[in-house]
Design a protein around this ligand. Structure first.
Ligand code: IPE
Ligand code: IPE
Ligand code: MG
Length: 250
């Protein structure tokens, strides 16, 4: 197990779970079998995150751009989410996990049965406090910021908010889950090194860890390794490098 300093575990970790299609292709399987194989990886990571004491875990499950995939894959993913929530809801509840979905839930392309399963999982787990697990589903960072802008503009128009008073805090207060702290660490699997529209606003000062591991091969050990790598980063938030640190490295 990687050496994780338990005293400085990130409060919020985001994961871009990528590489399911390539994992399946490499085995001569259909891409959708890669998605299915991502489920045990995800639940191993949930256990690992709980064990480390991570308070918020956000997983990118479907982007606003993923509708561009072929109909068969999109339908599979919708049904897979319904199925996963039916099979895993009670287990997440028993683990004390609070389930939240984050994205454009008003999109008419989302099947009503999935919206029903989402509501029931959120409702069942709403008072749980061990960890909040956010499913970024039909999520896009640009859509999230645009939706905040729309509501801020409406408040300015109806006179409840003065345009001059709009600040970064105002925008943050209008994001999908205002109570969600910014992620300190974002992990992306499969070797790709881009955000693909994930948590654009919230990740302003996140540390990124990229790993070549394909999502179905990821597990709690890999999570611990990524957290340990994060703990070796020097986070400065725009401040000058500490002079004493420079001196000691001479
Ligand atoms: C990530 O795996 C899962 C989703 C985007 C739903 P991919 O399906 O993107 O897998 P690759 O990138 O094609 O290997
Ligand atoms: C990002 O992965 C979305 C999810 C993991 C759900 P993609 O595979 O869709 O991203 P791109 O297309 O490679 O940028
Ligand atoms: Mg991909």
């Amino acid at each position: 197990m990687s050496e994780v300093d338990r005293a400085s575990v990130p409060v919020h970790v985001g994961i871009i779970m990528d590489g399911n299609g390539r994992w399946a292709n490499a085995r001569g399987l259909h891409r959708t079998q890669g998605h299915a194989q991502g489920e045990p990886a995800l639940f191993d990571v949930v256990h690992g995150a709980l064990d480390l004491g991570i308070q918020w875990l956000t997983v990118y499950t479907f982007s606003t751009e993923n509708w561009n995939r072929d109909e068969y894959e999109v339908n599979f993913l919708m049904e897979f989410n319904v199925d996963l929530l039916e099979r895993r809801r009670d287990e997440l509840h028993e683990l004390g996990v609070c389930v939240r979905f984050m994205g454009d839930m008003a999109d008419p392309r989302i099947p009503p049965v999935l919206l029903d399963r989402i509501r029931s999982a959120e409702d069942l787990t709403k008072d749980n406090t061990e960890m909040t697990m956010v499913f970024a589903f039909n999520y896009g960072g640009r859509a999230e910021i645009a939706s905040a802008a729309k509501r801020i503009a409406a408040a300015a128009l109806d006179g409840t908010l003065a345009a001059d008073d709009i600040s970064a805090d105002t925008v943050a207060a209008h994001l999908y889950i205002p109570a969600m702290p910014d992620p300190e660490l974002i992990i992306r699997t499969s070797g790709e090194q881009r955000t693909s529209n994930f948590l654009l606003w919230e990740a302003a000062y996140a540390e990124y860890v990229f790993t070549d591991v394909l999502w179905p091969d990821f597990d709690r050990e890999e999570l611990a390794r990524c957290v340990a790598e994060f703990q070796h980063r020097d986070r400065r938030f725009g401040a000058a490098v500490d002079e004493s640190l420079k001196d000691s490295s001479r």
